[in-house]
Design a binder for this molecule. Structure first.
Ligand SMILES: [Zn+2]
Length: 327
């Protein structure tokens, strides 16, 4: 039996330090890690190709980071996504290989000296359990928002879908994650792209699930994009590498092409929510494909040596996937 994956060099910035871009300052927070089926994570891509990028464990699962982005600027503190949260029983934690402390995201905020009541805005990219799982806490008198003073930004289309998903994706939505937000009076349901704060644009995309929104911070010093599940890892930069979870993969394909074309032209800094190795990257178009030009961490900069973003069938000479040991 293959050993479980050991990640020895996972790059997650220490909370409490920030990276400044224009008039916004960014910090990445982690809600731990979990694992997803490798096949489902790479769709039609054969395992011999994807496992060169991210090795699977003995149960065919790949490690998945759970990053949330904290952005401060214009007198606001904006949290992008809320992690997977605590409301999981032992069997579920085993199935998903969860590695996290209780309340990890809240603990990280606290250790960064940030009172969660000071979060003014929470952007939920979408309501899948690994993005909205920490939005509400299970208190003695029922579910209540974890960020009591925040406005909550969600696309209406995703809110509606989450209340009636299909049989194919209903396991990805749990109503108790987000239902209590409706009673706050601060739930902001958006109808399409909008600049919700100076420079912060929320751009809907629909291939992964209807009404996912991609946060883009357009600043005088450059643009930072939080990729959410549109491009979960650097391996997914390659256009045809699309997760089997996506409900409309051809739409994802065109949405990836659009974003990556813009990212290439204007040298966007891309934040990878789920990549087990890298927090951030910039892209290049080489050998007929999009791939990571630079990878690294938000606070440490993009100094890592170039690593190919996606495997192909001519993998000779590619360096081993750093930090990931597998079968
Ligand atoms: Zn998702």
């Amino acid at each position: 039996m293959a050993p479980d994956i050991l990640i020895t060099t996972l790059i997650d910035s220490q909370p409490g330090t920030g990276m400044r871009l224009g008039d916004w300052t960014f910090t990445l927070l982690s809600d731990g890690r979990f694992r997803l089926d490798g096949g489902a994570s790479f769709g039609v891509v054969p395992k011999p190709l994807w496992e060169k990028q991210i090795a699977a464990d003995g149960r065919n699962r790949i490690p998945v980071a759970l990053r949330c982005l904290l952005a401060s600027g214009h007198g606001r503190r904006v949290l992008i996504d809320t992690g997977i949260g605590d409301r999981w029983d032992a069997k579920q934690r085993d199935i998903y290989g969860m590695e996290r402390r209780a309340g990890q995201l809240l603990v990280e905020l606290e250790s960064a000296g940030i009172d969660r009541r000071s979060i003014t805005d929470v952007v939920l990219t979408h309501l899948h359990f690994d993005h909205a799982g920490g939005a509400c806490l299970d208190l003695a008198d029922g579910m209540a928002p974890a960020f009591t003073e925040a406005r909550w930004w969600v696309q209406r289309q995703n809110w509606d879908w989450a209340h009636g998903p299909s049989e194919r994706d209903q396991a990805s939505y749990r109503a108790e994650d987000f239902e209590a937000l409706a009673d706050t009076g601060r739930l902001e349901l958006l109808d399409g792209p909008q600049e919700v704060l100076p420079g912060l644009w929320l751009q809907p995309v629909h291939g992964h699930t209807p009404g996912m929104q991609i946060p883009e911070f357009r600043t005088s010093a450059g643009t930072l994009v939080f990729l959410a599940d549109l491009i979960p890892t650097t391996a997914h930069l390659h256009l045809p590498w699309i997760a089997g979870y996506d409900l409309n993969p051809l739409l994802t394909l065109s949405e990836k092409r659009n974003l990556l074309t813009r990212a290439l032209e204007d040298d966007f800094l891309l934040v990878l929510q789920h990549d087990p190795r890298y927090e951030t990257c910039r892209v290049a178009f080489r050998d007929g494909r999009f791939q990571a030009r630079e990878t690294g961490s938000l606070n440490g900069g993009l100094t890592a040596p170039v690593a190919d973003a996606a495997a192909d069938d001519t993998a000779a000479g590619r360096p081993d996937t750093p930090g990931v040991a597998g079968e």
